[in-house]
Design a protein around this ligand. Structure first.
Ligand code: ATP
Length: 217
């Protein structure tokens, strides 16, 4: 179980903190707005009304012991940056922060934030990818243009083997597993025969994965 601090409980911060709780972690939620904190109080490990730019208030919350802190204040550039600097001074190991503009991103990266998130842009890209490839349930970038994708097998691919599906790109795509209802098949071979409704997880370069896309719909 990890221990996280989420600073700023707006739509982004509250969604992140509730999901961390659902995943079994401990979450300290902080917001300057008493009404928001009271609404979240029952759902987080600890919810505190505090100004994240107030060094003493942050120190009192024991955030130093957290595995990571997520600064989810977007509108006030000043509050976001000051809060990150205070967390750094308190030796918080891992700081992630939301950015709402390019200058905001530049400053956050210069002061050493581990991961900068642009919620609207990142979600917009995900939605466009889903519209472009509706058969792709999930995807994750693992760097160097490599992706892990989860593909829903449709009637069109019923009873074909993985080898056949990956014909054009089988040397550059690795099949990782197949989920069929409650069963998970790991270390699958190329002669594994697919059924409609299967979820197939593959790893490969974006260009190789694109070559098989037309065969899936
Ligand atoms: P979202 O899109 O996540 O709803 P928003 O852009 O509408 O956020 P923000 O200004 O990013 O609003 O604020 C997010 C949350 O951070 C709000 O709940 C706000 O009360 C809180 N917040 C703003 N400044 C501070 C601060 N100095 N200390 C603590 N919390 C703050």
């Amino acid at each position: 179980m990890g221990q996280f601090a989420v600073i700023g409980l707006g739509r982004f911060g509250s969604a992140a903190s509730l999901e961390l709780m659902r995943l079994g972690h401990s979450v300290i939620g902080v917001d300057i707005n008493a009404k928001i904190v009271n609404q979240m109080a029952d759902q987080l490990t600890l919810a505190a009304i505090a100004d994240a730019t107030d060094e003493h208030a942050l120190k009192d919350l024991n955030i130093t012991t957290c595995d990571a802190a997520l600064v989810a204040i977007g509108e006030s550039l000043e509050a976001s940056i000051l809060c990150v600097l205070l967390l750094k001074n308190m030796n918080v190991k891992e700081i992630w922060a939301k950015a709402t503009s390019k200058p905001h991103h530049t400053i956050l990266s210069r002061i050493g934030v581990s991961r900068i998130i642009h919620p609207e842009e990142e979600m917009g890209m995900r939605v466009a990818q889903s519209l472009n490839y509706p058969m792709v349930n999930q995807y994750m970038s693992i760097g160097q243009s490599l992706y892990i994708v989860e593909i829903k097998i449709t009637e069109k691919c019923q009873s074909i083997s993985i080898e056949e599906l990956l014909r054009e790109a089988k040397d550059s795509i690795d099949p990782l597993l197949v989920r069929r209802k409650k069963d998970i098949f790991k270390l699958i071979k190329l002669n594994f025969v697919l059924e409609a409704g299967d979820s197939l997880v593959l790893a490969g370069s974006l260009s190789a994965l694109k070559t098989i896309a037309p065969r899936l719909v």
